[in-house]
Ligand binder design. Structure first.
Ligand SMILES: Nc1nc2c(c(=O)[nH]1)N[C@H]1C(S)=C(S)[C@@H](COP(=O)(O)O)O[C@H]1N2
Ligand SMILES: [Mo]
Length: 327
């Protein structure tokens, strides 16, 4: 999110450096010591096996049928590009340099339970496979627009969030759903190193969560999602900046108060609750007028609500005057 003061070895999104240059520079500075130690530690092979999507217990559900209602005009981003260009701060901030995928590969995908609590008929903890098998998986082509002004277009597999909300049985007092990522510094080293207020938290209004476009993702490119995308369950809300699409969710709380996301906590003047994409509202430190497609490398104009205004603009009517809808 480019919000900390950069240390010398941290590069802005716009300054790609070949991986080997980056790694050796970092090793010289001693920053890689922890990783080297981990790589040599016993149990790594086991950890990698536990994190391998090829062993995912739901792989029989793939590929799921594509829902033709959710299509795009932008070209699909090649798998090897999107799989190695990730924001997942629990695993570090080295987005450009393949290391997020590599470090996230150690995260065990099972056992994985999801807490459903707050204002619901019956708070409970459910195994991820019981959730996935209670839903009907489908594939959707979605655009994704990061607040840092890069974008991609990918085939997610998952289920409509409104189906999950029905499964969770919220009470009428629930106004928002708050989602949390796991906390486990043993597999996510940056949860020790960085001072962010973990867990990663994000939230939606109930109207947003039950909009047709809100999607809970389990897979990508016709397979269970590799860890770096936020396995085994992450959100995709493509009309909002990417930071709203929380990864590796372990808890859904139905609440009356508006949740405060991790980025809003750290830098509330730049990252807010709504975070809807709008080319005309610049970030405090850069323009949002255009975006760089990580697949083609081309720059294109950014669209209001990332091109999904027809589906979602009505969610915000009447709120323009009182709410900061676009940050
Ligand atoms: N738990 C968690 N979720 C997260 C993030 C993160 O750092 N941690 N980064 C967000 C941001 S800024 C973006 S752009 C997307 C990136 O998703 P991708 O790596 O699958 O492209 O994940 C979002 N979800
Ligand atoms: Mo992002």
């Amino acid at each position: 999110m480019l919000i900390r003061r950069r240390r010398s070895w941290e590069l802005p999104e716009s300054a790609a450096t070949p991986e080997h240059v980056f790694l050796s520079r970092r090793a010289l500075l001693g920053g890689a010591a922890g990783l080297v130690a981990l790589a040599g530690a016993p149990g790594l092979a086991q950890a990698q096996a536990a994190g391998d999507p090829a062993g995912d217990p739901t792989r029989d559900l793939y590929p799921a049928a594509r829902n033709p209602a959710f299509t795009v005009s932008t070209p699909l981003t090649p798998e090897d590009v999107s799989a190695n260009y990730n924001n997942f701060y629990e695993f570090g901030s080295d987005q450009m340099n393949y290391s997020i995928a590599r470090i996230a590969a150690r995260m065990p995908r099972r056992p994985w339970t999801v807490k459903i609590d707050g204002l619901v008929e019956q708070p409970r903890e459910v195994g991820i496979d019981d959730i996935i098998r209670a839903m009907k998986l489908e594939e959707r082509l979605y655009r994704h627009r990061c607040v840092e002004a890069w974008s991609m277009t990918v085939p997610w597999t998952g289920f409509p969030m409104k189906d999950f909300v029905a499964f969770a049985k919220p009470l009428s007092g629930a106004k928002y759903v708050q989602m949390e990522t796991f906390v486990n510094p043993k597999v996510a080293p940056a949860q020790n190193r960085f001072i962010y207020p973990w867990p990663y938290v994000e939230g939606l209004t109930m109207a947003e969560a039950t909009n047709d476009l809100a999607f809970l993702v389990t897979g990508i490119y016709g397979k269970p999602a590799p860890n770096q995308y936020g396995a085994p369950l992450r959100l995709a809300v493509p009309w909002k900046y990417g930071f709203k699409s929380v990864k590796s969710i372990v808890r859904f709380s139905f609440v009356a108060e508006r949740p405060v996301g991790l980025w809003e906590k750290v830098q509330g003047q730049e990252y807010g609750f709504w975070a809807n994409v709008n080319p005309q509202v610049p970030h405090r430190r850069w323009s949002q007028a255009s975006e760089r497609d990580i697949g083609t490398g081309e720059r294109r104009p950014t669209l209001i609500y990332n091109g999904y205004g027809e589906q979602v603009a009505s969610l915000y009517s009447g709120l323009e005057k009182t709410e900061k809808l676009f940050m």
